[in-house]
Design a protein around this ligand. Sequence first.
Ligand code: NAD
Length: 455
Amino acid sequence: MKYFNPEAAKEFIYLCARAGAVPDNKIPSERMSYVEPAPITDKENPFEAMMSRFHEAAMKLGLDEETYNVLKSPTKQVIVSLPITMDDGSKRVFEGYRVIHSNILGPSKGGIRYDPHVNLDEVKALAAWMTWKCAVVDIPYGGAKGGIACNPREMSAGEIERLTRAYTSAMIDIFGPDRDIPAPDMGTGPREMAWLMDEYSKTQGMTVNAVVTGKPLVLGGSLGRTEATGRGVMVTALTAMEKMKINPYKATCAVQGFGNVGSWAARLLAERGLIVQAISDISAAYYNEKGIDIEAAVQHAQKNKGSLQGFTGAEKINRDDILTLPVDVLVPAATEDVITASNAKQIKARLIVEGANGPTSSKADSIINEKGIMVVPDILANAGGVTVSYFEWVQNRLGYKWDAERVNRRSDRIMKEAFNNVYQTAQKYNVSMRIAAYMVAIDKVAKTYQYRGGY
Ligand code: NAD
C-alpha cells in the first residue's frame, strides 16, 4: 500500500488554488449585464480553504494515499444551462450546478443556493463540507451541494418558480430520496423546496416528499426544521461555554447575518441568557451595549423584506465592525470568508461559533489559534440543520410525524455528543477544534470506504 505523499498533496492544493483563479463557469456575454459580477477582493478560494483543512487533518490521521485521493475528489459534478422566460417575455439563460462530493456514507445531502456569485468552486467546497458535516454528527448521508447563479432579490416569484422547476427537471436523474436529497440554502427556502418536490413528483407519477427536506409543514416538513441550524449553534455554543467556564447569563454576544441561521441563533442565545449586543445583515450592523431586543429585530425584518435596515432598537455601526467588537461570543452566520488574515488579529471574542459555512479563511486559522480563541467549526456548529433534515426524511419515509419536543430532544443530544467527540479528539491529538472535527469526519468516511472498497 502506498502511503500519503505530502508533496503530491501540496501540489494538488496549489493546483486547486490556481484553478480557483479561473472561473469554471464561462458566462455568455448577454448574461454579463444581468448577473452582478463577483467583487474583486483578496478573498480565499473556498475549495482551497476546505482542502487545506482536509490536508492537515488527513496528515494527522496518517491517511493512506489511495483513501486520501478518493475522499478529496468529488464523485460527480453537473452543470446545466437553464433557459427561462422572464416576466417581460425575454429569455435568460441561467447556469445551475449540482456537485455530489461523496455518497460513501449514504445518499448525498445538501442545500441549493441562489446567489449571483454561485460558481463551481464554491459549490464543490460546500459539497465537501456537507460530507464532513454529516460524518461529524454521525448521520447516514454523503455530501452534495447545488446552486444557481441568479439574483432572487431581483426576480419575481413566477420567475423563481420557473427557474426552480427547470433546475429540478434538469437534475431529475441526480435527485432521488435514495440518491441525492436537496434542501434550502442561501436564497432558497420552503417555497422553492415545495416546487422542487412537486416537479420531481410529477415525473415519478406519485408524491415523493422524501426527495427534498426543508419543505413547508403541510407537505411533510418537520417541526423544528426552520430553527434547527440556529438551535444547533445555540447548543454547541452553550456546551463550549460550559467547557470554558463562561457563565451564559454574564456573557455578551454578536451575531453576523440575520437570515434563517443568524436570527434563530440570536433569538435562542438571548433566551438562554446571553446579552446579544450586536446583530447585522447585508445592509447594516446594529449595536446596543445593554442587549438588543431580538424579537423586535425579527419583527422589524419581517416587515421590511427580511432587512434590518432602519432598525431603531440599537445604534447603527459599520457593517463589518461587528466581527471585532469586544464580546465573549461571536457567531458569524452570514456567508463564507468574512474572518480573514486581515481582520483576525482584531477579533476580541473568546469563542467563535460558526453558523455560516466557511466564515473563516484557512489563513486566519493560525492567527485565531495563536490568540487562544476557541472555534466551534462550521461542520460541527451548523450541523443542526442537516440533522433535522435527516429527521424530516426519516419521518417522510415512515409516513409519520414527530412532535417538536422529540425533534429538539434528539437533535440536541446529537449536537452535544458530536461536540464532546470533537472536543475529546482535539485534546487527545492536541489540535484545534476545527482540525479535530475534520479528523472525526475523515476517519469515519475513510473507514466506511475501506469496508465498501472500490474497483
Ligand atoms: P439567509 O439567506 O437566510 O441569510 C443570510 C443573511 O446574511 C442575511 O441576513 C444577509 O443579509 C446576511 N449577509 C449576507 N452577506 C453579509 C455580510 N457580508 N455581512 C453581514 N450580513 C450578511 O441564509 P441562511 O440560511 O441563514 O445561511 C447563512 C449561512 O449559514 C450560509 O453560509 C449557509 O450556507 C449556512 N448554513 C445554513 C443552513 C440553514 O439551515 N439555513 C444550514 C447550515 C449552514
